[in-house]
Structure formats: C-alpha cells, structure tokens
Design a protein around this ligand. Structure first.
Ligand SMILES: Nc1ccn([C@@H]2O[C@H](COP(=O)(O)OP(=O)(O)OP(=O)(O)O)[C@@H](O)[C@H]2O)c(=O)n1
Ligand SMILES: C[C@](O)(CO)[C@H](O)COP(=O)(O)O
Length: 393
C-alpha cells in the first residue's frame, strides 16, 4: 500500500431486512446488546487508515440511525436507493468530492468485520485495484432448474463465498457503477460483479467466516447465542450505602429528585441508591469501591451528581468487553414512600446505565421503625449487580 493512499468506506444500510422477519430493519436491531450497524461502522471509524466512512441510509430510518451510531465518526448519511446496487452508487457519489484513492464497500448487515480484514482489504486494493474477501465453500453446491431438479455440480475446489468489504480504486468502481446504472442494469448483487461486467480483473484475498451477513431470523438467534457463550464469566457484586438527613427540601434517590422535608448530608448529592449500585458493579469487577475511584477528600466531587459515578462504573464493564445482566437496588426507609416512584427510578437507572429497564429492579422496605432508618435519621440502600465478562486467564 502506498503510504499516501487515502481510503474511504461506503457502508450500505438502506435495506429493509425483509428476510430477517419482524423487528424493523435488521441493521438497527441489537446483537449482543449493541446495534448491528454500530458494530459494522465502529471497525471502520476506528481504523487508522480510513479517513471517511460514508453511511447510506433510508431517510425513514434517520432517527434510528443517529441513535444507533451515536459517538462514532462518520460523514453525513446519504439516501439509499431501491436496490443495494443503487445504494452503493449513492454512497460513491457522496464520496466523490473527497477524491479517495481507494474505497471499501461494506454491508451494514455484517457486524463482525475485524480490523485485520479491513487492513487486508486496503492492502489488496492498493496492490490490485479491485479485490474481494472470500471464504472456501465446504458443502457441495448444486445448480437446479425451474422444477428443482439438479442440472449441474460445479467443481467445489474453485467455488468461493464472496464477502464484504470489497475494495477498489475509487475512480474505477465509481465509473463502473455509473455505467451500469446508465445501461439500465440494476441486478448486480455485489460490486465485484459490476467490476467484472466492466471488464476489470477482480482479485481475492482471505475473508473471515465470522464476517457473516445477518440475513435470516436464525442468523440472529445463532449469533446471539455465540456472543452470549463468549460472556461465560458471570459475576455478582453487592453494595451498601447510608446517608444521614440534614437541612433541605429534596433527596436524590436512584437519579430521581424527590421532594422531601429533609435533605442529605453528603459530599456528593448523597444518592444512596446509585452509590450502592456503583459499589455493586465495582464489586462484580473486583475493581475497588466508589471511594477508591471518587475519594470524598477530593473537592472535585463536592455536590457531584451521582449519575456520573454510575456511568463510570458501567464504562468499566464495557471496557472489559462485558455486559450488565441485572441491576437491583433496595431502599431502606420509612419515608419517602418508594413504591409510587419505583418505575420512575427504574427508568432513570436504565437511562443512565444504557441497560434495558427489564433488567433493572428497585425495591424498598422499612425497618419497622427500628434503628436510624426507623427513626428517620437517614436512608440506607443495598444493591446487587450481575455482569457477564469474557473469560480471561
Ligand atoms: N436497497 C438497499 C438494499 C440493501 N442495502 C444494504 O445492503 C446490505 C446487504 O443487503 P441484504 O442483506 O440483502 O439486506 P436487505 O436488503 O436489508 O435484506 P432483505 O433482502 O432481506 O430485505 C445491507 O446492509 C442492506 O442494508 C441497501 O443499502 N439498500
Ligand atoms: C454483497 C454481498 O454481501 C456479498 O456476499 C451479497 O451479495 C449481498 O447480497 P444481498 O442480496 O444484498 O443479500
């Protein structure tokens, strides 16, 4: 690859995913708790040799698109067409002003593309001008006629399954796509076929069996199970916190502002629910406790909103490739009554942590007027967190 070679990416995501069944366009569904398109885009956005990622979307999906890829670097999305071929051409046209040397064209429906495969695609395009990743066929393939009878058996040794990212010199593939559209051709199922039709030699390089295209409902079930099996290190942590009442007119509880006759005496906002939860998550990670990450001696955390502590703990799980299975908080107080606030608190914890509300529980109990909570001198909270991590040594 020439050092100065500028590589851009077209990420096609304008399909309807009809073969994947109900649940909306497949690229916006989650796999392993992450939107399919986020996984597909992330590998390119973070690749050191890619300078622009051009998404191609259906305008009806704009809101889903923005939510799904928040935080990733990409060009403003352009609108796709009725076929994959038309969507790719729209993406190439949108990139033309950038004058890339090389373009990689990738399906948003292939979320497991790796950095290594992208590097091979870039290298192959620089070396050959047109190249696609392929994997060997392991079953015998038959050609059948209209009635279903076998009409032929192609020699398996020369058959390959074509994947994406397919990589090309930008000007050459743009020209081929434009020519195909002008000739009224709209039946090409991949970009290599257009290059072949235009008379180019298309080279191959090593694909990756993991880089499969999510197409059917069974694909989602199988890949979800595969990802879950990778997160077999299941851990539980617990947390406990107490804050005394002082002057004030409200309490922060599980991220919710609750009007009250007292306030909390605390260095931060005193949110016992979130503090217990943070300790539970850090406990599951065997990663210290809230005080070791946010020392009360540090003036920076004075009056701090506890949302940021919870976000931080969740980020520590994500950074280790993990997922949250369950978050649970139990508040111990006579007042305020938690029952009427339960679902608001669950929703708030779900929002802060990015965990589905069905995985968040908020419970409450009194201490039968015994002890400091019974005398209404303060509130205590316990919490537990169950997380799933990849097995490591
Ligand atoms: N008009 C289209 C059709 C497809 N694609 C994209 O091309 C990729 C591969 O296509 P495919 O798996 O066939 O996706 P869909 O067309 O969405 O699926 P289906 O044929 O089941 O409706 C997907 O990322 C899809 O979003 C596109 O951008 N524009
Ligand atoms: C481009 C492709 O992913 C290569 O295997 C495939 O041809 C897309 O086909 P589809 O008809 O859009 O599913």
């Amino acid at each position: 690859m020439a050092k100065s070679q500028r590589t851009a990416v077209v990420l096609v995501a304008a399909g309807r995913g009809l073969r994947a069944g109900a649940g909306g366009p497949k690229q916006y569904r989650e796999i392993g708790g992450v939107p399919v398109i986020y996984r597909a885009m992330e590998a390119f956005s973070r690749h050191p040799n890619v300078f622009a990622v051009q998404p191609v979307v259906n305008p009806d999906d704009s809101a889903m698109f923005s939510a799904a890829v928040a935080g990733l670097k990409h060009e403003a999305p352009t609108s796709g067409g009725a076929t994959r071929q038309a969507s790719v051409l729209a993406g190439l046209e949108a990139l033309a002003a950038h004058k890339p040397d090389v373009v990689l064209i990738h399906d948003a429906a292939r979320p497991f593309v790796s950095e290594g495969l992208i590097s091979r695609a870039i290298e192959a395009a620089g070396r050959t001008g047109a190249a696609i990743p392929v994997v060997a066929v392991t079953d015998t393939i038959k050609i059948t006629g209209a009635g279903g009878d076998v009409e032929g058996t192609p020699e398996r040794a020369s058959l390959r399954i074509a994947q994406t990212p397919q990589s090309f010199r930008f000007d050459v593939i743009l020209e081929a796509h434009r020519r195909a559209a002008k000739d009224g051709r709209s039946d090409f199922t991949d970009d290599a076929a257009i290059a072949e039709w235009a008379g180019l030699t298309v080279a191959t390089f090593e694909g990756d069996v993991a880089n499969m295209k999510l197409t059917t409902p069974e694909d989602f079930v199988r890949e979800e199970a595969r990802l879950a099996a990778q997160l077999g290190d299941i851990r539980t942590g617990t947390g406990y916190d107490v804050h005394a009442f002082g002057e004030g007119d409200h309490l922060m509880l599980c991220g919710v502002r609750v009007p009250h006759t007292r306030g909390f005496l605390a260095h931060s906002d005193g949110d016992v629910g979130l503090h217990a939860l943070v300790d539970a998550i850090l406990g599951a990670l065997a990663d210290g406790d809230i005080g070791s990450h946010f020392p009360p001696s540090d003036a920076k955390w004075k009056g701090a909103s506890s949302d940021q502590f919870l976000k931080y703990a969740i980020e520590r799980v994500t950074a280790r490739g993990g997922r949250i299975a369950n978050l649970e908080v139990t508040m111990i107080c006579e007042r305020p009554k938690i029952g009427p606030l339960r679902d608001t608190m669950r929703a708030r914890i779900a929002e802060i942590s990015g965990v589905d509300i069905s995985r968040v529980a908020v419970k409450a109990t009194t201490s039968e007027r015994l002890g400091f909570t019974g005398r209404e001198e303060g509130i205590a909270a316990t919490a537990s967190a169950t997380i799933r991590l990849p097995w490591s040594a």
